[in-house]
Design a protein around this ligand. Structure first.
Ligand SMILES: *[C@@H]1O[C@H](CO)[C@@H](O)[C@H](O)[C@H]1NC(C)=O
Ligand SMILES: *[C@@H]1O[C@H](CO)[C@@H](O)[C@H](O)[C@H]1NC(C)=O
Length: 196
């Protein structure tokens, strides 16, 4: 979490503080279609549900999840693809924020975690709320990423092994951090809409 703060917050502050408003609105992403207020809400709900799941000791029996390191999804470049570009207030091309690439990366992240979580043994359906808020977020805000959701919904009925639980803990911690990033990015895009 501290890493993300370091990386994103100063850049945002810089952007806000160093540019006159009309220039800011020129270089901010133009919001089209899906990044609406409701997507910001879906992302917030998802984050709260992930944080709740991380407190469910039953999911991590035999493991102190607090002590484990997180495992990030390395198949996407969301933090760099979605970082606000340094605000120069002069160049136009360099200060562009590539919204499409950012959203593509986020969509791939969500799909990756959806696949991972549906494959976890979860006989008591403790991941149910995370999965349903994730599915809702994907279906409403990332239509292209959700095409094959229906076929992936059979979570395993068997009991989890120690290694299942250890891996779930690490991946879920990484998902929490990635979702914090996604929340910041969506709030950033959404605020751009209001300064148009
Ligand atoms: C998921 O998050 C939403 C919004 O905070 C909350 O209303 C809901 O109760 C949460 N679900 C669980 C099981 O925590
Ligand atoms: C898990 O580890 C954290 C950090 O070391 C510690 O504060 C907490 O008491 C531990 N929880 C359990 C149930 O052992």
């Amino acid at each position: 979490m501290p890493l993300i703060k370091l990386c994103i917050t100063p850049a945002l502050l810089l952007l806000v503080l160093s540019c006159p408003l009309w220039q800011v609105s020129q270089s901010l992403p133009v919001i089209k279609g899906p990044m609406t207020d409701s997507c910001v809400i879906y992302a917030g709900t998802l984050l709260r549900n992930i944080s709740d799941a991380l407190k469910q000791d039953q999911l991590f029996m035999g493991i102190n999840c607090t002590k484990q390191s997180m495992e990030l999804n390395m198949e996407t470049n969301t933090p760099s693809a979605c970082a606000p570009k340094e605000a120069t207030c002069t160049g136009t091309a360099k200060s562009e924020f590539d919204q499409e690439s950012c959203l593509t990366n986020i969509g791939e992240d969500l799909h990756h975690y959806y696949k991972f979580l549906t494959a976890q043994p979860d006989p008591d359906n403790l991941l149910g709320t995370v999965l349903s808020s994730l599915r809702e977020f994907m279906e409403n805000c990332f239509t292209s990423a959700s095409t094959d959701l229906a076929s992936e919904q059979d979570a395993a009925d068997r009991q989890s092994t120690f290694n299942d639980r250890l891996s779930l803990c690490k991946v879920l911690k990484g998902f929490q951090v990635r979702t914090i990033t996604i929340n910041r990015v969506l709030a950033y895009m959404n605020s751009g809409e209001h300064t148009k």
